[in-house]
Design a protein around this ligand. Structure first.
Ligand SMILES: Cc1cc2nc3c(=O)[nH]c(=O)nc-3n(C[C@H](O)[C@H](O)[C@H](O)COP(=O)(O)OP(=O)(O)OC[C@H]3O[C@@H](n4cnc5c(N)ncnc54)[C@H](O)[C@@H]3O)c2cc1C
Length: 376
C-alpha cells in the first residue's frame, strides 16, 4: 500500500531490531522491519549470551535453553605467559550460534509484523513523518524510526555520525570447529594484539571468535599464519588450533569495528543495540545490551502510545536518559578493561592481582553486566 504510514519502521534485523519488532508488534503496534540480509546466516560474534536477558526473552515466548542453547557457568582466562584464572560466573549465560538465535527470533517476528529484505539507503524526516528509502528506490513511511543497523552501516555515513568518518584499528575473525571443550565454560585467551573467545553452541560445535588490531594482523601472511604463529603463542590457543577441525569453508571476518561513543538518539531516530554503542566483546555483554536496549525503547514508546500522549521530544529525552543510566558505565568499564588487557605490563599485573584476589574478577564482571531484566 503506497500511502501506508507505519507506527514504527525498524532498520536492521539483528538481535536488537528483532526483539524490538517482537515486543512492539505483540502490543498491536504497526511495525515494518527492514533487513538487508536473509535468515539464517552466520555472524561474527562470540556467541556467549548473558543470562540477564532470559526472563525477558521468555516473556516474549523465546526460550533459548529449550531450543538447545548450552548453559555456561564458568569463565577461564589465560594469557600467552601461561597464566590462567578460572571463576564461576556471577549470573552465567548460554551458548547459541547467531545462525540459530537470530533465526529463532525472526520466525516469531514474521508471524507478527511485516518484514522486507532490502538495504536502507536514506532516511528523511519532514512534517513529523519519516521517509525511509531502500536501494530499489521504494519509499516507506512511518511516524517513528528505530535504527538497529549494528555497529557500522551505510546509514551511519548518511547520517554523518562522527565515528563513521574515523578509521578503527579493530578487526575480528570467527569460525566453528569440531573440538572437545567443556560445555559449561566460556574461555577468553589473550595473545599479542588481541583475544580469542571459545564456547560451545547448540550444535555441539565450538565457536572461536577473536578480535585483534590491523597492526598485529598485517605482520602475518594471512589468517592461518596469524593463528599458527601469533595466537598459538598462548598454549591454550596452540592446543585449540592444532587439534580443532574447522567446520566452515573459511572463517568469517569483519573490519572497522568501532568502540567510539555514539548518541542513542540521532536525527530523531532511536538507536538500539550496537547502533547506540558497542561494548568491547571481552565483556560478553553486547547481545544482552542489544536486547535490553530494545526493551527500554519499546517500553517507553508503549507507555506514551497507550496513554495516547505521544510527545516525540519527551520520548527522545527519556530514552537518552534511560539508555545512559543503564549502559554508559558498562561501556566505560569495557573500554578501560580492554586497555589494561592489551598492554603487556598492565595485563601481567592484572593477572597476578586477580590470582591473589579472585573476587575482583567477579566484581569486574558485575560492572560490565546488568541484573536480570524482567518481563515485557
Ligand atoms: C568480535 C566480536 C565478538 C563478540 N562477542 C560477543 C559475545 O560473545 N557475547 C555478546 O553478548 N556480544 C558479543 N559481541 C557483540 C554482539 O555481537 C553485538 O553487540 C550484537 O550483535 C548487537 O546486535 P545488533 O542487533 O545491534 O546488531 P547486528 O546483530 O549487527 O544487526 C544489525 C543488522 O542490521 C542490518 N543492517 C545494517 N545496515 C542495514 C541497512 N542499511 N538496511 C537494512 N539492514 C541493515 C544488518 O544486516 C544486521 O542484520 C561481539 C562483537 C564482536 C565484534
Amino acid at each position: 500500500m503506497k500511502n501506508r504510514i507505519y507506527d514504527v519502521i525498524i532498520i536492521g534485523g539483528g538481535l536488537a531490531g528483532l526483539t524490538c519488532a517482537l515486543h512492539l508488534s505483540k502490543q498491536g503496534i504497526d511495525v515494518l522491519l527492514i533487513e538487508k540480509d536473509t535468515f539464517p546466516d552466520h555472524k561474527v560474534c562470540g556467541e556467549y549470551i548473558s543470562n540477564e536477558v532470559l526472563p525477558y526473552l521468555n516473556s516474549l515466548a523465546i526460550d533459548p535453553l529449550a531450543e538447545g542453547a548450552i548453559s555456561i557457568s564458568k569463565l577461564k582466562i589465560s594469557n600467552y605467559n601461561n597464566k590462567e584464572i578460572e571463576t564461576t560466573l556471577p549470573l552465567g549465560g548460554f551458548g547459541m550460534s547467531r545462525y540459530y538465535f537470530d533465526n529463532l527470533l525472526f520466525k516469531k517476528v514474521k508471524e507478527k509484523c511485516k518484514v522486507v529484505f532490502k538495504t536502507v539507503e536514506s532516511i528523511s524526516f519532514q512534517s513529523e513523518i519519516f521517509t525511509v528509502t531502500t536501494q530499489d528506490t521504494t519509499e516507506y513511511k512511518a511516524k517513528y524510526v528505530v535504527g538497529a543497523h549494528g555497529k557500522r552501516s551505510n546509514i551511519d555515513k548518511k547520517l554523518n555520525r562522527k565515528f563513521s568518518k574515523q578509521q578503527s584499528p579493530w578487526l575480528a575473525v570467527k569460525a566453528h570447529y569440531d573440538y572437545e571443550f567443556p560445555l559449561d565454560t566460556v574461555a577468553l585467551h589473550t595473545f599479542k594484539g588481541g583475544y580469542c573467545g571459545l564456547s560451545k553452541t547448540e550444535t555441539g560445535a565450538v565457536n572461536a571468535c577473536y578480535l585483534t588490531t590491523y597492526t598485529s594482523f598485517k605482520k602475518y601472511k594471512g589468517i592461518e599464519d596469524f593463528q599458527k604463529n601469533n595466537l598459538s603463542k598462548n598454549p591454550n590457543l596452540k592446543q585449540f588450533f592444532s587439534e580443532a577441525t574447522p567446520l566452515f569453508d573459511s572463517p568469517l571476518t569483519i573490519g572497522q569495528i568501532s568502540f567510539q561513543p555514539k548518541n542513542p538518539v540521532e536525527n530523531h531516530i532511536f538507536m538500539i543495540g550496537d547502533s547506540a554503542g558497542l561494548i568491547h566483546p571481552l565483556c560478553g555483554n553486547g547481545m544482552a545490551m542489544a536486547i535490553h536496549s530494545a526493551k527500554l525503547f519499546s517500553e517507553l514508546f508503549l507507555k506514551q502510545h497507550t496513554t495516547k500522549k505521544m510527545n516525540r521530544s519527551s520520548l527522545e529525552k527519556e530514552y537518552e536518559k534511560h539508555w545512559n543510566n543503564t549502559f554508559s558505565n558498562r561501556l566505560k568499564t569495557g573500554r578501560y578493561i580492554q586497555k589494561l588487557l592489551m598492554n603487556e605490563t598492565t595485563a601481567g599485573i592484572g593477572f597476578s592481582l586477580l590470582n591473589t584476589f579472585p573476587n575482583m574478577l567477579n566484581m569486574i564482571i558485575r560492572k560490565t553486566h546488568g541484573n536480570p531484566i524482567q518481563h515485557a
